[in-house]
Design a protein around this ligand. Sequence first.
Ligand SMILES: Cc1cc2nc3c(=O)[nH]c(=O)nc-3n(C[C@H](O)[C@H](O)[C@H](O)COP(=O)(O)OP(=O)(O)OC[C@H]3O[C@@H](n4cnc5c(N)ncnc54)[C@H](O)[C@@H]3O)c2cc1C
Length: 262
Amino acid sequence: MFELKEFIAAQSLDQADELLHRDKKNVILGGLLWMRMGTRQFNTGIDLSGLGLHRITDLGDHIEIGAMTPLRQLEISRLLADNFGPVLRDAVCHIVGVQFRNLATVGGSVFSRFSFSDVITALLVLDTRVHLFRGGQIPLADFLETSPGRDILVKLTIPKQDVDTAYVCQRKSAADFPILAAALARTGSAWKIAVGARPSRATLAPKTAGLLSETPDKTQIDAAGNEILRELTFGGNGQGSREYREHLARVLVKRGIQKICS
Ligand SMILES: Cc1cc2nc3c(=O)[nH]c(=O)nc-3n(C[C@H](O)[C@H](O)[C@H](O)COP(=O)(O)OP(=O)(O)OC[C@H]3O[C@@H](n4cnc5c(N)ncnc54)[C@H](O)[C@@H]3O)c2cc1C
């Protein structure tokens, strides 16, 4: 178990930022589900839970998701489902169990940039922007290119869009990490496809998506299934071999397209 010498419930983001930069051994706390698996020793744990960052808010042309929003809210939010379809719900519903998802936060999930992340894979196809206290707002895809620094993830924003979505993944058992995951979104005739747990970090596949028309026929769907193997790289680890992931990528991309079209 990790250790904290001191716990401070921040009264403002300015205070949280000041505490974070006061000492390299101070740390921002999310839901603590990941941190508690480690053994690191920290000085001050900075709690953001009193700062109103646990809400999903409709702001007219976009939706804002506070960093402390639990993953369970992504799963059951009517606002998210009405605007973005099933992609967020279907991405998080496999993560461990309901009690776990009531505690694990969106901020902890995105800031950690886990390569196996279902959450990041789904958010990528929705043009999500990440808002950092010091770093300002950047597209999630650009944020994923950076390494974890000392900043505070305050919120995510997603532009409202008339979008059809799907999330498909393969796991050894229901609550295990994904062996491979794919999120797909269609806005008019424009598609977005993200593949995660390759086992490297999730990324968009614009060339593959560009092969698809609004209602792709079998030839286009097969072509997308082949192109994903040329466009992205896949690797092996304890969860699955490179060859298995390549097979899954072809199947999941085709399955995701068919889900949206049906
Ligand atoms: C057993 C287990 C199984 C899991 N399985 C899956 C899975 O199948 N799919 C999946 O997508 N995810 C999975 N996860 C990851 C999980 O969904 C969360 O992403 C993870 O627990 C981190 O969220 P947290 O709120 O617990 O963050 P914490 O553990 O509290 O923090 C994680 C890191 O993020 C930093 N941090 C937290 N919040 C912020 C913030 N607002 N700003 C800056 N830094 C911050 C912390 O300092 C820490 O370094 C799993 C985790 C565990 C422990």
